[in-house]
Ligand binder design. Structure first.
Ligand code: HEM
Length: 507
């Protein structure tokens, strides 16, 4: 209790409170039987460099990194070390230990210092966006600016109109596709949801449409989506290869850079075009409302380099995350018709005959929120997050972790842990509605926790709720009668391994 109370006040904690908090934590860990002797990294279990490299490259481990979390925990316990290419990383797969890491992350948390995404930006002289920034002050400035407009639920409510416009186009596209197929079968639904994700985040960033859901998709949009996909595949490969290997096998690194080049070029083109339009309107003496994020960012006195990199990263962050969560949500709902019917009843009960929900409506849908939570527990888009504590050594689970060590937070393993969730591999959204089923607050944290958590969370949730609500009103969603089970795979993010095909039956 005391610890809880201290944590609540932790944000503005004085040094005295911080000292007491540390003292309470160490006293609790001693009481719970944790070892008094702090152990070193050398004593931490883990696979040898060779066996881990064998798993990664010979046993398709890069696409099974999420499964390696489960195997690692089974073999070595809640903490183990492994060398990912040239990088030594400590894996943490227990919510209490993840909490210990995150509570010591400091004022300006860093996700990873060794990321090839940063190397690319350095090479090309681009700025860093929120995803990649590790310079404390630089990150904090942009984070505080965007948080005001993105993190509070009331700040994102005004986007419901723009997002509903995108949902209307998605529904039209689904209707067209299901009418073209004999049994209403829409193959590879993720493909439509990629476009939906990109159009949705563009509507928020530019307050204009970029045609992703038009019958004829602009080729530059297709190329942007392809660039994101390839970049994610190459990310793991380039990180796993030591720098000298890049010079011998240059293809992965070159492809990776070409993808980013195109993504930056695409974002810059749209930003420049929108800002030019506003400048022309101002010159004509017209009023510019400019509630959209690009305009807001460009008015804050930030260097344009920072605006370009942040908008590029926000665009990127809004595509696969939405597509994957939408695909898995409908996949699971199609296989659980009773939950689907309950959810549809909930939506209809709130809408009372209206067809289009608002942000205020979806806020009153507890089952909707539980469904998305459960989907993200089973398929966390970011299956493993990371932290690097650069300013000091920390203690976690009785081990001393030297500063600058890469710490991998194994969220996939904790959210599929049977000790934390009963029937962990089953889709049971009602578990989130039962008051008696308390879960450790760090057992499933798909958006991260704390200062560095997902800044797009509120927009993502709004977009998902609005789209799912309208799809369920207009269609009954059934599994592909000939389809097999679809499993997840890691492609930096967790995505479906094979196409998800679904029947959309018009109501
Ligand atoms: C289902 C959807 C999404 C999920 C599950 C998700 C998850 C995450 C996670 C786990 C992180 C890392 C948090 C941490 O390090 O503690 C993150 C960071 C971030 N996300 Fe999301 N995300 C989603 C959608 C979005 C969207 C739509 C946007 C853009 C509007 C976005 C923008 C970002 C940005 C910019 C960061 C970096 C924040 C920072 O470092 O300050 N995300 N997201």
């Amino acid at each position: 209790m005391l610890q809880q109370a201290l944590r609540v006040s932790g944000r503005s904690a004085s040094p005295l409170i911080k000292w007491v908090e540390k003292w309470v934590e160490s006293a609790t860990s001693q009481k719970s039987g944790a070892p008094h002797q702090v152990k070193s990294l050398q004593e931490m279990p883990g696979p040898t460099v060779c066996s881990f490299a064998w798993d990664l490259f010979a046993k398709r481990g890069l696409s099974r990194l999420h499964e390696l979390q489960l195997e690692g925990r089974k073999q070595y316990g809640p903490m183990w070390k492994a060398s990912f290419g040239p990088i030594l990383t400590v894996h943490v797969a227990d919510p209490k230990l993840i909490e210990q890491v995150l509570r010591q992350e400091g004022q300006h948390p860093m996700r990873s210092d060794l990321c090839s995404w940063k190397d690319y930006r350095q090479l090309r002289g681009h700025g860093y966006g929120l995803l990649t920034s590790s310079e404390g002050e630089e990150w904090q400035t942009v984070r505080s600016l965007l948080a005001k407009n993105m993190l509070r639920p009331c700040a994102v409510e005004p986007y419901d109109g723009a997002l509903n416009g995108v949902v209307a186009d998605l529904l039209a596209k689904l209707r067209l596709r299901c009418r073209q197929s004999p049994h209403g079968l829409v193959t590879d639904v993720s493909r439509e949801f990629y476009r939906f994700g990109l159009e949705g985040i563009s509507s928020v960033l530019f307050e204009s449409r970029i045609g992703c859901l038009d019958p004829q998709v602009p080729p530059e949009t297709e190329r942007f989506i392809q660039a994101i996909n390839t970049m994610f595949v190459m990310t793991l490969l380039t990180m796993a290869m030591p720098g000298w290997l890049h010079r011998i096998f240059s293809k992965p690194w070159d492809t990776f850079c070409q993808c980013w080049d195109y993504m930056f070029q695409f974002a810059k083109g749209h930003i420049d075009q929108r800002l030019q339009e506003e400048a022309e309107r101002l010159a004509r003496g017209e009023e510019v409302e400019g509630r959209y994020l690009t305009y807001f960012l460009s008015q804050q006195g930030l260097p344009m380099k920072t605006v370009y990199s942040n908008v590029t990263e926000l665009l990127l962050a809004g595509v696969d995350t939405i597509s994957s969560t939408m695909s898995w949500s409908l996949y699971e709902l199609s296989r659980h018709p009773v939950v689907q019917a309950d959810l549809r009843d909930e939506v209809q009960g709130v809408l009372r005959g209206r067809k289009v929900p608002s942000a205020a409506d979806v806020a009153q849908m507890p089952l909707m929120k539980a469904v998305v939570k459960e989907v993200l527990r089973l398929y966390p888009v970011i299956p493993a997050n990371a932290r690097v504590i650069a300013d000091r050594d920390i203690q976690v689970g009785g081990y001393l972790i030297p500063k600058n060590t890469l710490i991998t937070l194994c969220h996939y393993a904790t959210s599929r842990d049977e000790k934390l969730f009963s029937n962990p591999d089953e889709f049971l959204p009602h578990r989130w509605l039962r008051r008696d089923q308390g879960h450790h607050p760090y057992a499933s944290v798909p958006f991260g926790v704390g200062k560095r958590s997902c800044i797009g969370r509120r927009i993502a949730e709004l977009e998902l709720y609005l789209a799912l609500a309208q799809i369920l009103i207009q269609f009954e969603v059934r599994p592909d009668p000939d389809g097999a089970e679809v499993r997840p795979m890691t492609r930096t993010l967790l995505v479906p391994q094979t196409d998800i095909n679904l029947q959309f039956i018009e109501r």
